[in-house]
Design a binder for this molecule. Structure first.
Ligand SMILES: Nc1ncnc2c1ncn2[C@@H]1O[C@H](COP(=O)(O)OP(=O)(O)OP(=O)(O)O)[C@@H](O)[C@H]1O
Ligand SMILES: [Mg+2]
Length: 361
C-alpha cells in the first residue's frame, strides 16, 4: 500500500535562516519522486519534515490525505534510509532487516518468514546468516532498504543512499532501486545532488536551490524545458548567452549577445528590451554555418575525446567557455587549439529565459 505526500506551503526556519521556503507539492502514491539540488539547498530538511523529525515553521504536511501535525516520526507511515545506512555491524543480515519488527514484538517465526521474503526481494536469498560486516557496500545498501521495507511503510524516504558507493555500483544500484520500487509499489521520495541519478530513476523531479523549489516535472521536461536559469544550468551541461531581447515573435525571441543576435524559443513570452539568457546545450551545436541568428564564430581552446563523443571548448566575444559536443557519426573534423570555428544550432533547441541566478560552476 502506498500513500501520497502533500507539502502545503511548507517553510522551515532555523533562527533567522530559511532552509525551506514555501514549498508546495503533491507527490502521488506509488510515485518515484526525487529532490535534486546542490549541497545545502534544503533537501534533507524537507525529508526530515516529511518523516516528522522536524516540524515546519509554517504550512503543513499531509500523508495519505491526513494532516501530520503533532504526529511523531514513529507514528507516521514512513521509513527513512540515511546516507550512512546505520546498520548494526555485529548483527546478522536477517536480524538487521527485522530489527524494527522485533522492537514491535513480532514473533521469531514471523520475523524469519519476513526476513526471507525481503532477502529474496533484494536478491540476497542466501545471505541472511552473515554479519553485515561481511557484505559489500552495495549489498549493505540493499540490506538497509530491506530493513526499511520490513516495517511496511507506505512511503520510503531515501537520503542520498548511494553516495558512498563507487560509480559502477551506483549505476547498478539505480536500476535495482527502481526495480524494487516497482515491485513493492510504495511511494519513494529520493534525495540526490546527482542529476544522472534523478533523471534515470524518477517519475518526477523537484529541482531546488536555496530552499526554493524551482521546478517540478519529469526528467525530460526538466532537461528540455527548464523553467529558470538555475534549472537550465544545474541539470546537464548548458551554454548561457546573456543579453537583451531585441525581437519577440511567434516562433521565439532574438537576443543581442556578445556574438550578435541569437535566437531561441521564448516559452516565458519575454518582450523586447527584457534582460534574458539564451541557453544552448553542447549537443545542440554543430560545426558549420546555420541560420544567421543561430550561428557564431569562436576560437577553439581545446578538445577532449571521450570515446563516443568529443567535447570542444571554445571562447570568443568575452565569453570564456562555450562547450560543444560532437558525436562520432558524421566524421566532422575537430578544430585544433587556436583554430577559428563557425558553429550553429537549430533555434528550436535554444531556450530564452528571463535573466536570473544560475547554478555555480
Ligand atoms: N538544525 C539546523 N540548524 C541550523 N541550520 C540548519 C540545521 N539543519 C540544516 N541547516 C541549514 O539548512 C540548510 C539546508 O540544509 P540541508 O541539510 O537540508 O541541505 P541539503 O540540501 O540536504 O544538503 P546536502 O546535499 O549537503 O546534504 C543548510 O544551509 C544547513 O546549514
Ligand atoms: Mg542532505
Amino acid at each position: 500500500m502506498s500513500a501520497g505526500v502533500e507539502l502545503d506551503h511548507v517553510t522551515v526556519r532555523f533562527g533567522h535562516f530559511t532552509a525551506v521556503d514555501n514549498a508546495t507539492l503533491d507527490i502521488k502514491g506509488g510515485e518515484f519522486f526525487s529532490f535534486l539540488g546542490p549541497s545545502g539547498c534544503g533537501k534533507t530538511t524537507i525529508l526530515r519534515t516529511v518523516s516528522g523529525f522536524l516540524d515546519p515553521s509554517e504550512g503543513s504536511v499531509r500523508i495519505g490525505g491526513q494532516d501530520m501535525s503533532g504526529i511523531g516520526p514513529n507514528k507516521r507511515p514512513t521509513a527513512l534510509i540515511f546516507q550512512n545506512l546505520a546498520l548494526f555491524p555485529l548483527m546478522t543480515v536477517a536480524d538487521n532487516i527485522t530489527y524494527g519488527l522485533r522492537v514491535r514484538g513480532v514473533s521469531r517465526a514471523e520475523r524469519d518468514r519476513k526476513a526471507q521474503e525481503l532477502l529474496d526481494l533484494i536478491a540476497l536469498p542466501d545471505q541472511g546468516k552473515k554479519l553485515v560486516s561481511e557484505l559489500s557496500g552495495g549489498q549493505n545498501q540493499r540490506v538497509a532498504i530491506a530493513r526499511a521495507l520490513a516495517v511496511q511503510p507506505k512511503v520510503l524516504l531515501l537520503d542520498e543512499p548511494l553516495s558512498a558507493l563507487d560509480l559502477k555500483l551506483r549505476q547498478h544500484m539505480r536500476n535495482e532501486l527502481r526495480a524494487i520500487q516497482k515491485q513493492v509499489g510504495i511511494t519513494f521520495i529520493y534525495i540526490t545532488h546527482d542529476q544522472g541519478e534523478a533523471l534515470t530513476m524518477s517519475d518526477r523531479i523537484a529541482v531546488m536551490s536555496d530552499g526554493v523549489i524551482q521546478q517540478v516535472a519529469d526528467g525530460k521536461t526538466v532537461y528540455d524545458n527548464p523553467d529558470t536559469p538555475f534549472v537550465a544550468s544545474f541539470v546537464g551541461e548548458n551554454n548561457p548567452f546573456i543579453g537583451k531581447v531585441s525581437k519577440a515573435d511567434a516562433t521565439g525571441a532574438v537576443i543581442e549577445t556578445p556574438f550578435g543576435p541569437l535566437r531561441g524559443r521564448n516559452p516565458k513570452n519575454l518582450k523586447s528590451g527584457d534582460k534574458a539568457i539564451l541557453f544552448v546545450r553542447p549537443e545542440s551545436f554543430a560545426l558549420g554555418k546555420g541560420a544567421p541568428d543561430a550561428t557564431l564564430t569562436a576560437e577553439t581552446i581545446s578538445s577532449a575525446f571521450e570515446g563516443n563523443a568529443t567535447h570542444v571548448f571554445l571562447k570568443g566575444a568575452a565569453v570564456k567557455n562555450i562547450t560543444m559536443t560532437v558525436g562520432r557519426h558524421g566524421g566532422a573534423k575537430i578544430p585544433g587549439p587556436g583554430d577559428k570555428a563557425t558553429i550553429s544550432y537549430d533555434p528550436a533547441m535554444g531556450v530564452v529565459l528571463a535573466e536570473g541566478k544560475m547554478a555555480r560552476e
